[in-house]
Design a protein around this ligand. Structure first.
Ligand code: SAM
Length: 261
């Protein structure tokens, strides 16, 4: 099974999580990032924001289109964010299932709206887990920093077709590729929402500004939510602290924008 190294494009000092991203199932990812790092808290915030602000829209779109919505998670890993959006997973739901090898393939809440899911990532084991667990209907292994022409076409088509596109962990991907994904998504014809997660500081403050400017040029602002991403490991904290003044945590902001009609 491949174990693709996930290298940060520019952010020096960030912990290397390659082995957590390439384990056979989500349990290491859950233990190290979601539980110890407390990413699970932001997943619950996403789930509750979705229930309150996004679900009515998604349900209406599915009725108007008379078909399930297409949901695309770019850099999906095992599918923790997808589960928050599509199945309204709370902290207790991940804890009940994702913490143990015996239960991690179980999904204990149904999808909350008619939806078909596609997960894209470089990690074959993470994607295979997501498919086997039923989080993803389709999966596609892509190295987003090195795309052959055939895969560029696949990604472009699926960004245009997506009614919901979520994208986090921008620090792994070259800046121009993120801009291309935004352009492709904005070229879609059906109703659509993009959710982009920005992590401060390791998505690089200047880059975050450029992504936001680009999003506002191409799409219509819908809303945003702020939260903690995770606790830092000691070495990361030491390397980030002097420049950014954050010694314990990295922070997270999600922007939601819709396609212009
Ligand atoms: C933190 S996980 C993202 C999980 C989830 N979206 C979240 O933010 O909690 C980062 C993911 O980026 C993937 N990744 C890193 N470099 C990549 C690349 N060049 N192409 C595609 N995926 C990549 C890793 O395999 C990993 O699954």
């Amino acid at each position: 099974m491949s174990s693709s190294k996930s290298s940060n494009v520019e952010c020096v000092g960030k912990q290397d999580w390659t082995s957590e991203y390439n384990h056979i199932d989500c349990t290491r990812y859950y233990r190290e990032l979601m539980d110890k790092g407390q990413i699970v808290e932001r997943c619950e915030i996403v789930a509750k924001y979705t229930e309150r602000c996004l679900l009515p829209l998604f349900q209406k779109w599915a009725i108007d289109l008379e078909k399930p919505l297409k949901f695309l998670d770019v850099l999906c890993c095992y599918g923790n964010d997808t589960l928050a959006y599509t199945n309204a997973y709370y902290q207790e739901d991940y804890a009940k299932t994702w913490a143990s090898e015996e239960t991690c393939y179980q999904i204990i809440k149904p999808r909350q709206f008619p939806v078909k899911t596609l997960g894209i990532d470089i990690s074959v084991p993470a994607l295979e887990f997501g498919k086997k667990a039923g989080i993803y209907d389709e999966i596609k292994t892509l190295d987003l920093n090195n795309l052959p022409d055939m895969d560029i076409n696949f990604l472009e088509e699926n960004c245009k077709r997506a009614n919901i596109l979520i994208m986090n962990s921008l620090n792994y991907i070259k800046e121009d590729q993120i801009h291309r994904i935004i352009d492709w998504f904005s070229g879609g014809k059906e109703p659509g929402m993009i959710a982009v997660g920005f992590i401060y500081p390791y998505d690089i403050p200047e880059r975050i500004s450029r992504y936001k400017e680009h999003l506002l040029e191409k799409l219509k602002f819908f809303g945003s939510v702020s939260m903690m991403n995770r606790y830092l490991r000691e070495a990361e904290a030491l390397s980030f602290g002097p420049e950014f003044g954050t010694w314990r945590r990295v922070y997270y902001e999600i922007w939601y924008l819709t396609r212009n009609e």
